[in-house]
Write a protein that binds this ligand. Structure first.
Ligand code: AMP
Length: 300
């Protein structure tokens, strides 16, 4: 495994490997897993999927431009040594670990912006967040030129936004959405879970528990409309005194369009998503459940 900090150096390394393979009459497939580090089993699951490629590139970069001024950029958890050990264990070939000065050597005058899909959910509570994401992911795509890039459905809106960007800009990469990895007790893995006190963590289980219960009720016919689903999730979450709801929403996926209040879940064409963002103290957690039109979650 090699570790690279400079974008230009990574570009040359990938080019070198592609030429070497071409000389042997082979085409190389390159898989990219973009992360902000402090790796956990969710990231590891993406790396395992990426192993289907000849070369696995893991990027670790806490991207300042996707954080708002009052967000946790400075205190975001970092542990380079532990991340490198995990990367090695997961068979990563190249770790791209730039510093801010490598990715943004001067004030950039270009950004990549996806409209509409970024206006609701996390886009509404984190203005500018998705511009930061689409810009850095575009940069990573230009640096690595991956054939496949792996993203977790934990950040379902990010998957929808990036898919749109790839289509709109004819980017020659296939995005692979991967299922949410959870703790035994249901909590979706997140680097930010370390911020939670024991009491907050206990109450945070309401996110996954309410989604799971909602799915059962949909299957049994107790919840029939998007409005019922939203109300059920809201009530369940508010039963926890430490929970402060940022949003509870039920939308089409991946179009992220609002559903008519009384739309029957079972009759809606295409997938729908129930998405949650809830704060416990200063820690904001997200979770979601994708429902196919028969009410069966495929990325639970
Ligand atoms: P992050 O380091 O939080 O920016 O996440 C990097 C990638 O890992 C993103 O594509 C996330 O969606 C994905 N990811 C984070 N947590 C999970 C999880 N619990 N299950 C699956 N994928 C995840």
């Amino acid at each position: 495994m090699i570790v690279i900090q400079e974008p230009a150096e990574l570009q040359s390394e990938i080019k070198r490997r592609r030429f070497a393979a071409a000389r042997m009459g082979r085409e190389l497939s390159v898989g990219l897993v973009p992360t902000m580090g402090y790796l956990h089993e969710g990231h590891a699951s993406l790396l395992r999927k990426a192993r289907a490629n000849d070369v696995v590139v893991l990027s670790i970069f806490v991207n300042p431009i996707q954080f708002g001024p009052n967000e946790d950029f400075e205190r975001y958890p970092r542990d380079a040594q532990r991340d490198l050990a995990l990367a090695e264990q997961e068979g990563v070939d190249i770790v791209f670990m730039p510093e801010v000065k490598h990715m943004y050597p001067q004030r950039a005058k270009t950004k990549v912006q996806v409209s509409d899909l970024t206006s609701g959910l996390c886009g509404a509570s984190r203005p500018g967040h998705f511009d930061g994401v689409t810009t850095v992911v575009s940069k990573l795509f230009h640096i690595v030129v991956p054939d496949f890039a792996y993203f977790g459905m934990k950040d379902a809106q990010q998957v929808a936004v990036l898919s749109q960007m790839v289509r709109d800009l004819n980017m020659n990469v296939t995005l692979v959405p991967c299922p949410i990895v959870r703790e035994q007790d249901g909590l979706a893995l997140s680097s930010r879970n370390v911020y939670l006190s024991d009491e907050q963590r206990e109450q945070a289980l309401v996110l996954s528990a309410s989604l799971k219960e909602a799915r059962q009720r949909i299957d049994e016919g107790g919840i029939t409309t998007a409005a019922d689903l939203k109300a059920f999730l809201t009530d369940r979450i508010l039963s926890k005194p430490l929970a402060e709801i940022d949003y509870v929403d039920v939308l089409t996926f991946p179009g992220l369009e609002a559903l008519p209040e009384n739309a029957k879940i079972q009759e809606i064409e295409g997938d729908i998503i129930a998405a949650l963002a809830v704060k416990f103290g200063s820690t904001r957690l997200i979770d979601n459940m994708l429902l196919q039109k028969k009410g069966v979650a495929i990325y639970a």
